[in-house]
Ligand binder design. Structure first.
Ligand code: FES
Ligand SMILES: [Fe+2]
Length: 434
């Protein structure tokens, strides 16, 4: 459990809140690249701030305040032209840096435009995702995720709307025990990972260990896997709202092996405001091309063009009691993100953690909360929190890997067993630190 005060500190991310100040020290996804065309501005809301994205004359994403500095008209209706975003009402032209380039009504002799300063946040586009930094200058170094420098065929990203606080989403990612229930199938569907289902069904009480790292922590769920064997699944918490784990298959398992450390999935939970969030799901492959047809047309086909699911609280997530008898434990279809959306929304929009009764399987969840509270305290004390990196500092993600394996039961989960199976570590170490 958590005190109400601490619950507020880690769940509230609006401007001026302690949690919001901490979250603004990190680069955050603000949209998918495919959402932003060259000439249509995109209204966005992130951590309670109403903003608008557009592409500048070079096609680079720019992020500015939604309301025109003149008389507050919504700039997302404006025209992308002349190197900026022009307001429809009186024609003021705003640049992506927040300067005012033109005020037609003021006349050519006026220098009034030079005194206008509009809200603007820096952006960076990589791997199909547009990231922004909303904290105080100078912005920290971009996180060195391999997906950001991978060839386009090895990255795939989408997002999914959630009607609950961002933290519930991320707590679910570091909660490996729920694989044995929420995501369990009674009958394999062919598309789902039969090996994983067998492993998590066989032992519903995994031993959970974690160790802190320079980016957050890595957690290990160890399950009994038959005579003398253990199945160890590694999941990473990446400060302050990201995670990396062995997720969706990157190739069609009917055509090839989904295992063998092909890559991993990241779930990055970005607050829209305190009661809604976007879950960015980013698939990354170390070497082989991702099977995009399979991913888009089959695996993620339940996510609509509006990045929402048909399953909502309003229709009780289309739960099927017949399916529960024969196919799945939850009766909520085959997609894990639909299950997770149900579970995290069904906690309430902002779960009251003072009312919880945590068990041994919640240790990683508690570790996450401690790291977030500690990061908030760091920001309040004027220090950079964990995993805010400056030029010249080592790349914390060089120590991040995603490995899940069937191993001898004598294996120490907290030992170095995973390092020989971790191609992403070698890739990261090969990258420059800045
Ligand atoms: S309100 Fe935007 S130019 Fe007047
Ligand atoms: Fe889940």
């Amino acid at each position: 459990m958590l005190s109400k005060e601490n619950n507020d500190r880690i769940t509230r991310t609006g401007a001026g809140t302690p949690g919001g100040a901490m979250m603004r020290r990190y680069w955050q996804p603000v949209a998918l690249s495919v959402e932003l065309s060259t000439d249509v501005p995109l209204p966005v809301k992130i951590m309670g701030e109403e903003l608008v994205l557009f592409r500048d004359a070079d096609g680079k994403p720019a992020l500015v305040g939604r309301r025109c500095p003149h008389r507050r008209v919504d700039l997302s209706f404006g025209r992308v032209e002349d190197g900026g975003l022009r307001c429809l009402y009186h024609g003021w032209l705003m640049s992506g840096e927040g300067t005012c380039l033109d005020q037609p009504g003021e006349g050519p002799a006026s220098d009034y435009k030079d005194r206008i300063r509009h809200l603007a946040y820096p952006c960076h586009e990589a791997g199909g995702v547009i990231l922004t930094y909303m904290g105080p200058a100078p912005a920290p170094r971009l996180p060195q995720y391999p997906f950001m420098s991978a060839t386009p065929d090895r990255v795939w990203a989408t997002k999914l709307h959630h009607e609950c606080n961002y933290l519930q989403g991320n707590e679910g990612n570091l909660d490996p025990q729920h694989l044995s229930y929420l995501h369990r199938f009674i009958m394999a569907s062919g598309l789902n990972d039969a090996d994983l289902n067998t492993a998590v069904s066989r032992d519903p009480a995994p031993r959970l260990d974690y160790e802190e790292t320079p980016y957050g922590f890595r957690a290990f769920a160890t399950r009994q896997a038959g005579e003398g064997r253990s199945y160890i699944r590694m999941t990473n918490f990446i400060m302050p709202n990201n995670s990396a784990f062995e997720g969706s298959p990157l190739v069609d398992p009917r055509k090839g092996d989904r295992r063998g450390n092909l890559g991993y999935q990241m779930n990055w939970h970005v607050p829209i405001d305190d009661t809604e969030h976007w879950k960015y799901m980013i698939l990354y492959s170390h070497e082989a091309a991702i099977d995009r047809d399979f991913i888009e047309k089959i695996v993620f086909s339940d996510i609509g063009a509006d990045y929402r699911l048909a399953r909502t609280a309003g229709n009780r997530y289309l739960q099927d009691r017949e399916e529960m008898k024969r196919v799945s434990f939850a009766g909520l279809g085959t997609s894990f993100w639909a299950h997770d959306k149900f579970a995290t929304e069904a906690q309430g929009v902002i779960v009251d953690r003072s009312e919880e009764h945590l068990g041994v399987t919640d240790r990683p969840t508690q570790a996450m909360r401690r790291q977030l509270l500690s990061a908030i305290a760091d920001v309040e004390a004027g220090r950079d929190p964990l995993f805010v990196e400056r030029d010249g500092q080592p790349n914390a993600l060089a120590t991040m890997a995603v490995v899940s394996k069937d191993l001898p039961s004598t294996t120490d989960a907290l030992g170095n067993w995973w390092q020989e199976f971790a191609p992403q570590r070698r890739e990261l170490e090969a990258q420059p630190g800045d």
